[in-house]
Ligand binder design. Structure first.
Ligand code: S6P
Ligand code: ZN
Length: 195
């Protein structure tokens, strides 16, 4: 971690930061229970623990005032008719937002709040997506051939709450239907009190 102002490059066509401190790889086995088609999930897992997405991060202190940032790459693919996607999370400190800048590809950001609101917004190369404080967020790659790649920036003190989404899922799923993404209700979604 540097203690003087620094720069790095994001080069078109490569889009991996020229400097980073950590490289997280998330594979299919870490998404147990997240895909609605459990038999398609098991069948795909039997063929191997596929790489779903990668996160390149620049480390900064996890305190208010700092801005954590990096680049995520969500690879293309399907589990049944559901696209490859990130686990998704709330920020532990709910009053923290996040900015995403899409560098390449196409996808959907699936979002919801504990108050019952939901939204699904497009990722497309060059667009900026603002995730409001209190909104859980999951990135879905809706291309079957191209990586979805984005830069993210969020407050140092945000923290991550994965457990809530692992337990209840998101209200909305993005499915590949008739050659295009379709947003549908998640039949297995249940709220904190089973609502
Ligand atoms: C962190 C930010 C992203 C995600 C990354 C992977 O607040 O939203 O860096 O961590 O895209 O997603 P997930 O849901 O596995 O953390
Ligand atoms: Zn986040």
């Amino acid at each position: 971690m540097k203690n003087i102002p620094f720069t790095f490059d994001l080069l078109p066509g490569r889009w991996i930061p020229t400097e980073y401190d950590s490289h997280l790889k998330r594979t299919l086995s870490s998404m147990q229970g997240q895909y609605q088609n459990a038999s398609a999930y098991s069948a795909l897992l039997e063929q191997g623990d596929r790489l779903l997405y990668e996160v390149y991060e620049l480390h900064r202190p996890q305190i208010a005032g700092e801005l954590l940032h990096g680049v995520s790459v969500v690879h293309p693919g399907l589990v049944g008719d559901e696209y490859f996607m990130t686990k998704g999370h709330y920020h532990q400190v709910r009053e923290t937002g996040e900015v995403y800048y899409c560098l390449q590809g196409q996808g959907k950001m699936v979002m919801e709040t504990e108050a019952g609101e939901w939204a699904v917004e497009d990722f497309r190369a060059g667009n900026v997506l603002y995730v409001l404080p209190k909104w859980a967020h999951r990135s879905v790659n809706t291309s079957l051939t191209e990586d979805l790649i984005f830069l993210f920036i969020y407050p140092g003190n945000a923290g991550h709450d994965y457990a809530t989404i692992e337990q209840q899922g998101f209200r909305k799923l993005v499915l590949h239907r008739a050659g295009a993404p379709l947003v549908v209700d998640n039949p297995r979604w249940h709220g904190p009190q089973g609502k």
